[in-house]
Write a protein that binds this ligand. Sequence first.
Ligand code: OFO
Length: 169
Amino acid sequence: MLSPTINDALNKQINEELFSAYLYLAMSAKADNMGLSGFANWFKFQYQEELAHADRFFNYILERGGDVALDAIGKPEVGDPSPLELFEKGLAHENHITHCIFKLKDLAKSESDHATDVLLDWFVNEQVEEEASTQAIIDQLRLVKDNPSGLFLIDRQLADRKPESESEA
Ligand code: OFO
């Protein structure tokens, strides 16, 4: 059984993950409008991953006999960014999510909720991976600056991103 405090914190994290999904979906549309279909593809997969993250918390709460309470999802503000700024915004958001996961870990530990603590280990590792992959794209974009050929090549590379299940097969 989940404590009310942990249950509430996990519900808030479902909302964070769904907002993440929404944000990446907005970024995908923005990239598509810029003519960068590879970037749009990358953000679309990110959107799907975030939905899966929300699902993981959703299933876990129910598995532990808790109550799922869904809240309103905030409006994602993307503005009018350059391709580099899009990814910088994505990284800043992932840094925020990492902070949320760390706070959840602290809470689980303080309540000796070992099951939630173990669940969160998966998310700690996922955040390391997500921050690293986003940073790698930022590094490439900084390297090519505004060079259209460089941007084109990165776009082609991001078009190759496949869902995790397919790339592992
Ligand atoms: Fe981007 O990892 Fe979930 O939010």
